[in-house]
Design a protein around this ligand. Structure first.
Ligand code: SF4
Length: 345
């Protein structure tokens, strides 16, 4: 059976035309699925029963099977889903100031091998389809009861999103369309480890969403050590590509910076970082390193705060991200459905 979310609007139109040629049927189905969160065609009560039955036999509205759900005291929820072929992915719903941010995966593993990341520790996996990306969002919306309860989408889960633009771009079209999930582009962020060809392609082809760059070091030697992508695309070429990314008025590129004790947390790093960002509409998101297999640790709170303050002194906007979901392995760099996959094999 076909994953419903793999159908483009045009393909859905074609499919429905074979059942009922009247054009309003497409809008009706899209509203049920994306606005009302329907998970069964049989519940689409304003459509003929025969049509609902036919659709139920053709398309799957529940293509993800949840096999585990964990929740922290602060109500961060991590979903572990199994896909049709046995691959596993995680997505994380993070409550913040009365709304939710959903962190979505684009691959079922990652080959970029960032030294601080659990996902990168389990190379392999595959690109997700457009439908598998969209289904994570719809699933989380159903869980939270209303589309409006999920306010921000961040492509920061498992995988490097810009290595899967084939699936990501059509998914973004549905996410941003008022026929689909109707998110504002300001609420959607694609995060990259620095895959320069992907940044250039997204900048050229769109769609227009926020860009976050996981920077994590201020010199090539250190960055190549903790992020192998830097050997192929060093900081100079990365900053060059980022500098050409089209930005709307008042928007900024976010630079994620995982603070690691003794690796990237010195005052020399502050100095180099502010130089790299000079002239760019940028903000820095400091993330004290989460404890995991890597042996890396976050600097003391005092040192992290001093790093942030020094950036401020140079006029660089820097926020410190509160770590969420650590106790269930849902925090930044902790997603590891790949190892769950091995356990379930
Ligand atoms: S940080 Fe992102 S790009 Fe790097 S290994 Fe982890 S999932 Fe892959």
């Amino acid at each position: 059976m076909k994953n419903f979310f793999d159908l483009s609007f045009e393909e859905l139109e074609e499919l429905l035309a074979g059942l009922d040629p009247r054009p309003f049927r497409t809008a009706q189905v899209l509203r049920w699925v994306y606005t009302l969160g329907a998970d069964d065609f049989r519940n689409m009560t304003d459509m003929p029963v025969s049509m609902r039955e036919s659709l139920a036999g053709l398309c799957d509205l529940m293509p993800l099977r949840e096999i585990e759900r964990s929740e922290t005291r602060d109500q961060t929820v991590k979903f572990l889903h199994i896909l049709e072929d046995g691959e596993m992915i995680e997505s994380v719903l993070i409550p913040e100031d009365g709304h939710n941010t959903l962190c979505i995966s684009t691959q079922s593993g990652c080959n970029m091998s960032c030294a601080f990341c659990e996902t990168g520790r389990n190379p392999g996996g595959r690109n997700l389809t457009t439908g598998e990306i969209l289904a994570q969002i719809v699933y989380a919306i159903r869980h939270s009861g209303d589309r409006l309860n999920v306010r921000n989408l961040v492509f920061m889960g498992m995988g490097e999103p810009l290595l899967n633009l084939e699936s990501l771009q059509p998914a973004l079209e549905v996410i941003l369309s008022d026929r689909g999930l109707n998110f504002s582009p300001r609420r959607v962020t694609v995060s990259t480890c620095g895959w320069v060809p992907g940044i250039i392609r997204l900048a050229t082809e769109g769609p227009d969403v926020n860009l976050a760059v996981s920077l994590n070091a201020t010199d090539d030697k250190t960055r190549s050590k903790i992020m192998p992508v830097n050997r192929q695309y060093p900081i100079g070429s990365l900053m060059d590509a980022v500098g050409r990314f089209p930005l709307k008025a008042r928007s900024r590129i976010t630079f994620e910076y995982v603070l690691i004790e003794g690796v990237n947390d010195t005052q020399e790093d502050v100095l180099r970082l502010q130089k790299l960002l000079k002239g760019l509409p940028a903000k820095v998101n400091l993330i004290p390193c989460n404890e995991n297999f890597s042996g890396f640790r976050a600097p003391s709170e005092e040192k992290a705060r001093a790093f942030q303050d020094s950036l401020y002194d140079y006029g660089v906007l820097a926020t410190m991200r509160k770590s969420r979901g650590q106790e269930i392995g849902a925090a930044c760099g902790q997603l590891k459905a790949g190892s769950a996959r091995k356990q379930h094999d």
